[in-house]
Ligand binder design. Structure first.
Ligand code: SIN
Length: 530
C-alpha cells in the first residue's frame, strides 16, 4: 500500500490462489483450460496439505460404507454438520482415492492389493487411506506436483502472494498480487474468475501445526472484499503436537493412537480413560481438552508408543522419527511430550455445494472454505478429502459458468513485473508475535467473554498500527472474525469451549455466518461498553 499501484494486467486465465492439494487438483481438473496458479513459496514447500500425516478418509473396505462415514462425520461435528454435504462428500470419497491412485499416489497396500487403512479418532472403522504411516500429505502432493508441472495449461508463479480481491459490486473481477519473498509493490490482475485455495488460519495462533505462512490471509482477503464467512469460531486444536519448542510444532499423527499408542501424564496415569469411553480415540476436541487440562495442571502429558509399536515406530512413522531425532527423544525408550496446537480451521469462506462463495466469480476449496462438512469439530482425515471433492466441484462449476477463451492453447503466459516497493519494511514481527500470542491466550482452547473482549481490543489496535500492511490486515480480519464469532456463540460445542458457558445450548445448534462489516460493528459495540 505504500507504493503507487502499477497498471492492471489482464488475463483469460482463471487465477488459483494457493498451491496445496485443493489448488493443484483444481488446476488439473480445469485442464486444458488455462489457469494461473499463485504460490507464495516454491511449489510444495509451504502448503498445509504437504504436512498432513494421517491420510484421506474414505470408506474403501467392503465392511464399511459412505453412510457410516457420513454418520461419524456428523457425530464428530457436534450438531452443526450439513447432512447433505456430509452425504455428498463421503459418497465421492472412493472415486477420488481411485483417481489419485491412477495418478500415481503410492497408497499403502496389503499383499492382496487392498488399501491398508488406519484407524483415527471418532471413526467407527479403520478408514484412513495412508502412505507409509505418516507420509500421506507429502506423497500425494509430490504426485500432483509432478503432474501439474507436466501440464502445459497450468502457469505457476512462485514466491507470490495475493493481497486483495478486485470487485465491481458483488462480482470479483481480479486481484492484487505481490512478491512474497521480497518487498514489492502490488500488481493488479483482471481475470474471468478466482479460485481461493490458500489454506486456513492455524498460524494465527502462537502454537500451531500449520506451515509458517498459513495465517488466515486468504480468508481475510475474501472477508475484506465482502464475502460471507461461516463457522469462524470453530478452530480445531490437535491434541498431540510434539512439545519440543519448535514453531510450528511437529505433529504426532492420530494414527499412532489408532495403532494403540496411549496418553499418559508425568505420573504415568492414563488420564483419557477417566474422561471418555473411547479414551485416546475419543473425538479430537475431547482429547485436546484432556491434554490441555494436564498441561495446565503441570502434569506434562505424553504420547507413549513403546508397548504398541516398540522399535517399529521408527520405520512405520518416519516423520515422527525425524522429529524425535531433532528433539533428542528416543520414542522406543521414552514417551513423547505433547501439547495442543491450532491445527485446522473448520470455519472459513462460506461456500455452496459447488464451492461458490457469496461473491460472483469467486470459488473456494480446501481449508479456506467452510462448506458445512466439519461442523464444530472435523473428523480426522476429512480435510484432504474435502479439498479433493470441492476442488473438482469448483472446477466443474467454473467450467459451466465461464466460457473458455476461444483459442485456449494460445492464451499467453502472464509476466507481472513487480516494481520495488518504496519505504516497505516487511512485516512487523513484534506485531505478528503479539497477534499470535493474543490468539493463543484469549481465543484458544479455553475462551470467555473477558478474554475475547481483550483479544478484540488488541486486534483493533493492531489494525490501526499496521494499517499500511495489507497482508497483516488480512490476518487481523480473520482473527477478528474468529474472536467475534466466538464471543457471539455463548455455549460450548466441539472445538469451541467457553469456560463461562461450559455446556452446549440447543439454541446454538446451527452454523454461524458473519461478514467482516458485521464483525467490526460487534467489536466496536463491545469495546465501547467494556
Ligand atoms: C493426524 O494425522 O493426526 C491429523 C490428520 C488430520 O488432521 O486429519
Amino acid at each position: 500500500m505504500s507504493s503507487p499501484p502499477s497498471s492492471p494486467l489482464t488475463t483469460d486465465r482463471i487465477v488459483i490462489v494457493g498451491a496445496g492439494l485443493a489448488a493443484l487438483y483444481a488446476a488439473l481438473e480445469l485442464a486444458p483450460r488455462p489457469v494461473l496458479m499463485i504460490s507464495p513459496e516454491p511449489l510444495g514447500l509451504g502448503a498445509s496439505s504437504a504436512w498432513a500425516q494421517g491420510g484421506v478418509a474414505a470408506a474403501m473396505a467392503k465392511t464399511d460404507s459412505a453412510a457410516a462415514h457420513a454418520q461419524d462425520t456428523e457425530a464428530a461435528g457436534a450438531g452443526t454438520v450439513d447432512p447433505e454435504v456430509a452425504a455428498m462428500v463421503t459418497r465421492m470419497a472412493r472415486d477420488h482415492i481411485l483417481d489419485l491412485t491412477a495418478l500415481g499416489a503410492p497408497f499403502d497396500r496389503d499383499p492382496q492389493g487392498h488399501y491398508v487403512m488406519s484407524r483415527e479418532a471418532a471413526h467407527s472403522a479403520a478408514r484412513v487411506v495412508r502412505v507409509k504411516g505418516d507420509q500421506a500429505g507429502h506423497q500425494i502432493m509430490e504426485t500432483l506436483i509432478q503432474t501439474v508441472r507436466a501440464t502445459p495449461s497450468i502457469q505457476i508463479i512462485e514466491n507470490t502472494e495475493a493481497l486483495r480481491l478486485q470487485t465491481e459490486g458483488d462480482t470479483v473481477t481480479g486481484l492484487w498480487i505481490r512478491r512474497a519473498d521480497r518487498p514489492s509493490a502490488p500488481v493488479q490482475i483482471s481475470c474471468p474468475g478466482v479460485l481461493l485455495a490458500g489454506g486456513g488460519s492455524g498460524g494465527l495462533f502462537a502454537h500451531t501445526t500449520n506451515p509458517p505462512r498459513i495465517r488466515g490471509q486468504v480468508i481475510g482477503l475474501a472477508a475484506r472484499a465482502g464475502a460471507m464467512i461461516a463457522d469462524a469460531e470453530f478452530v480445531q486444536f490437535h491434541p498431540t503436537a510434539v512439545d519440543c519448542g519448535e514453531d510450528p510444532a511437529p505433529l504426532a499423527t492420530e494414527a499412532l493412537r489408532g495403532e494403540g499408542a496411549i496418553l499418559i501424564n508425568a505420573q504415568g496415569h492414563r488420564f483419557m480413560q477417566d474422561l471418555h469411553p473411547q479414551a485416546e480415540l475419543a473425538p479430537r476436541d475431547v482429547v485436546a481438552r484432556g491434554i490441555f487440562a494436564e498441561t495446565q495442571a503441570g502434569r506434562r502429558p505424553m504420547l507413549d508408543t513403546r508397548t504398541a509399536l516398540g522399535a517399529e515406530v521408527l520405520s512405520r512413522f518416519p516423520a515422527l522419527a525425524e522429529t524425535c531425532a531433532r528433539a533428542g527423544i528416543d520414542p522406543v525408550k521414552d514417551p513423547i511430550p505433547v501439547a495442543v496446537a491450532a491445527h485446522y480451521h473448520m470455519g472459513g469462506i462460506q461456500t455452496d455445494l459447488q464451492g461458490r462463495a457469496s461473491l460472483e466469480r469467486l470459488w473456494v476449496s480446501g481449508e479456506a472454505a467452510s462448506t458445512g462438512l466439519h461442523g464444530a469439530n472435523r473428523l480426522a482425515s476429512n480435510g484432504l478429502l474435502e479439498a479433493l471433492v470441492y476442488a473438482r466441484r469448483a472446477a466443474a462449476d467454473i467450467a459451466a459458468s465461464i466460457a473458455p477463451p476461444p483459442a485456449a492453447d494460445t492464451v499467453p503466459l502472464l509476466h507481472p513485473a513487480f516494481p520495488p516497493a518504496t519505504g516497505e519494511a516487511g512485516m512487523d514481527l513484534a506485531a505478528l508475535q503479539c497477534l499470535r500470542q493474543t490468539m493463543t491466550a484469549h481465543v484458544g482452547m479455553r475462551r470467555d467473554a473477558a478474554g475475547l473482549t481483550t483479544a478484540l481490543r488488541i486486534l483493533a489496535q493492531l489494525e490501526v498500527d499496521q494499517a499500511e500492511d495489507e497482508a497483516f490486515l488480512n490476518m487481523c480480519a480473520t482473527a477478528t472474525l474468529v474472536a467475534t464469532s466466538a464471543l457471539q456463540r455463548r455455549e460450548s460445542r466441539g472445538g469451541h469451549f467457553r469456560s463461562d458457558y461450559p455446556n452446549a445450548d440447543p439454541a446454538f445448534a446451527r452454523r454461524s455466518r458473519i461478514t467482516l462489516d458485521a464483525a467490526h460493528a460487534i467489536r466496536d459495540q463491545v469495546l465501547s461498553t467494556s
